[in-house]
Design a protein around this ligand. Structure first.
Ligand code: SF4
Length: 374
C-alpha cells in the first residue's frame, strides 16, 4: 500500500498548527478519501462480551488488574445476549458488529460462545461480523471464519519504539503472529492504535508507517480517554485540531485503509467530530465503547450525511461486501435504505452500556504497581 507522503513530509505536516494550515490538509485528505471510497461508509458498533479483571498491564485500559479504576466486570456473555446487542447495532444503522473480550486469549468454553454468538449474528441480522479477542492461533482463526466472522481486530496500540511504555505483558511479536494468522485464514484485518499515550510526533508517524507495512483492511484510531487510576490517567485530552490533523496525516500515509474513529472521540473532539470525518474517516464506532459511553446514532449518521456520504445499510450486508470493502467493489450503486427506519437514540434499543447495564465493581484491594518498561 503506497503512502502518498514520505516519512519526512509526514513529520513536516506534524509540525503545522494553524487552523488554516490544518484546514488545507483536511481538504487534501478528503480528496484522497473520496477518490478511494466514493460516498461509501463503514460504520461499526461493538459489545464488550467479557469485561474487567484482565491480567495484562496496558496502561490506557481500565480493565487491567493494574488499574485502580472502576470498570464493568462480567464473565463471558451468552450467545443470545451478544445477539441482542447486535440487534441494537443494526437498529442504529451500523454495518458491522464487533464482539470484543478482555485479555489475550479465551478459554475453550468462552471461545465456543464467541463462535456461537457469531453464528447467531450471521443468521439473524444483516450485519458484517468482527471479533477482537486478543491473540489468536491459526486454528482459531480458521474456526472464526467458519463461524461467519469476516474481520478480526487486533491493535498494535502504539509505535514499536514506544510499545513497552504502554504494555510489558502483551508482546508485540504476539500481535504480529495473530495478524499473520488472521490473514492466512483469509480474514480481513483491523489494526490500529491509540493516540496521546505520551508518544512523540515522530513515534506517531512511525506507528502510521508500521501500520502501512501491516496493510490492514481497516484502521481504528482511538484517542486516549484518560481514566483516573490507569497508568495514563493523568494525561490531558488532545487539542481537537491536533486530532483532526493526525487523522489527515494517517489518511495520507495509509490511503487505502478504512479508517474509523473509536474510543475517546467524543471527549477529545467534541464539536470538531465532523471535521475529523472530513479528514479521512470511513466510519465511526456507533453506540458505546468498551468501558465508556459514545454518541447518539442519529448524530453519528448526520455527521457523514452532511458531507454527502451514504450511511445506508445494504440489504445483503451479511453476504456481500459493500463498496466500502476495498477487497472488491460491487457493481452499481449502493442502494439507499430509508433512514427513518433506524433509531435515533440509544435509549430505543438494548445497546451494550458499560455505565448501567452491568455491575460496576470498585476494586477492593490496591492493585499491583504497573511493571516497568525494560
Ligand atoms: S487492552 Fe485488552 S489486554 Fe490490555 S489490559 Fe485492557 S483488556 Fe487487557
Amino acid at each position: 500500500m503506497a503512502s502518498l507522503i514520505s516519512f519526512e513530509e509526514a513529520l513536516e505536516l506534524a509540525d503545522i498548527s494553524s487552523q488554516e494550515d490544518i484546514s488545507e490538509l483536511v481538504e487534501r485528505a478528503w480528496a484522497v478519501r473520496t477518490d478511494r471510497f466514493g460516498d461509501s461508509t463503514d460504520m461499526c458498533s461493538l459489545v464488550n462480551a467479557k469485561s474487567g479483571g484482565c491480567a495484562e498491564d496496558c496502561g490506557f485500559c481500565a480493565q487491567s488488574r493494574y488499574a485502580e479504576a472502576d470498570t464493568p466486570m462480567h464473565a463471558m456473555m451468552e450467545p443470545d445476549q451478544i445477539l441482542e446487542h447486535a440487534r441494537a447495532a443494526e437498529a442504529a444503522g451500523a454495518h458491522r458488529f464487533c464482539m470484543v473480550t478482555q485479555g489475550q486469549g479465551l478459554s475453550k468454553r468462552d471461545f465456543a460462545k464467541i463462535e456461537a454468538g457469531a453464528k447467531l449474528v450471521a443468521e439473524q441480522t444483516n450485519l458484517k461480523r468482527c471479533v477482537s479477542i486478543g491473540h489468536i492461533s491459526p486454528d482459531r482463526a480458521r474456526r472464526l471464519k467458519d463461524a461467519g466472522i469476516q474481520r478480526v481486530h487486533h491493535n498494535v496500540e502504539t509505535a514499536r519504539s514506544y510499545y513497552e511504555e504502554v504494555t510489558t505483558t502483551v508482546r508485540y511479536e504476539g500481535r504480529m503472529r495473530t495478524i499473520d494468522a488472521v490473514k492466512d485464514a483469509g480474514l480481513e484485518t483491523c489494526v490500529g492504535g491509540i493516540l496521546n499515550l505520551g508518544e512523540s510526533p515522530r513515534q506517531r508517524v512511525e506507528m502510521a508507517f508500521e501500520l502501512s507495512a501491516v496493510n490492514p483492511t481497516s484502521v481504528p484510531i482511538n484517542l486516549l480517554n484518560p481514566r483516573t487510576g490507569t497508568k495514563f490517567g493523568g494525561r490531558d485530552l488532545m487539542d481537537p485540531w491536533e486530532v483532526v490533523k493526525w487523522v489527515a496525516i494517517f489518511r495520507l500515509i495509509i490511503p487505502d485503509a478504512l479508517f474509523r474513529l473509536c474510543g475517546g472521540r467524543v471527549e477529545n473532539l467534541d464539536e470538531l467530530q465532523p471535521l475529523a470525518v472530513k479528514a479521512g474517516l470511513n466510519g465511526v464506532m456507533m453506540g458505546n465503547f468498551l468501558t465508556t459511553l459514545g454518541a447518539e446514532p442519529a448524530d453519528d449518521r448526520a455527521m457523514f450525511e452532511e458531507l454527502g456520504l451514504n450511511v445506508a445499510r445494504q440489504e445483503d450486508n451479511g453476504a456481500n461486501p459493500r463498496p466500502d470493502n476495498r477487497d472488491g467493489w460491487l457493481d452499481g450503486e449502493t442502494p439507499r435504505t430509508p433512514v427513518d427506519e433506524l433509531i435515533d437514540c440509544q435509549g430505543e434499543a438494548n445497546f451494550w452500556d458499560p455505565s448501567t447495564q452491568l455491575r460496576v465493581i470498585k476494586k477492593k484491594q490496591n492493585p499491583p504497581p504497573y511493571p516497568k518498561a525494560a
